[in-house]
Design a protein around this ligand. Sequence first.
Ligand code: G3P
Length: 226
Amino acid sequence: MELSTPLILVNLKTYTESLGERAVKLAKIAAGVSKETGVCIGLVPQFTDIHRVASSTEVPLFAQHIDPVQPGRGTSAILAEAVIEAGAIGTLLNHSERQIRLVDLEASLVRATEVGLKTCICSNNQAVSSAAAALGPDFIAVEPPELIGTGIPVSKTKPEVVTATVETIRKINPKVIPLCGAGISTGEDVAAALQLGTYGVLLASGVTKAKDPEKVLMDMATHAAK
Ligand code: G3P
């Protein structure tokens, strides 16, 4: 359950390939690869699958989002305490597919920190990375939106975006751990991300839609372990 770097964080988004029992299957695969390689692999399942996956494996789980609400009258909101009860140890915030206003980002980060959730702010550009670093999450994952879901890896096609974010974080808040994502699909993509100064990757389709997710995760973890 402990998070460590290099980190491979797999976002299951709303892909049906990794929903319900298929999320559990993927988590068991991730746990096996983690054990064999010593590389931390976390999953980011649908909210409705967090408990199911947490009950069957020891894989670190992140929620895809939380809302900046207190317990009580908040029908339909995602409560920080609820994702912890379900078995998550962290949460993404401001994913490109779930962007939030800065004021809500800050409030959500405060709520997550209050309850002890790890936080990974997703950033779509340099300005957002700067603001995110100032807020002080545990991780920032820079992901150029135009590469998300394309299989074209940010670490090879836009290395300057990754290095700029790494540099920004170093200047503004060196305690924050930089990750990158978008199009990461192979072990070489992961190795390139680490060479650029990140401590891991946030990815989705390269694993969730793979014919053989175990082979892909093993390739990624083996390269990360080097
Ligand atoms: O959260 C991960 C992400 O947005 C990247 O998606 O499918 O390009 O790995 P993908």
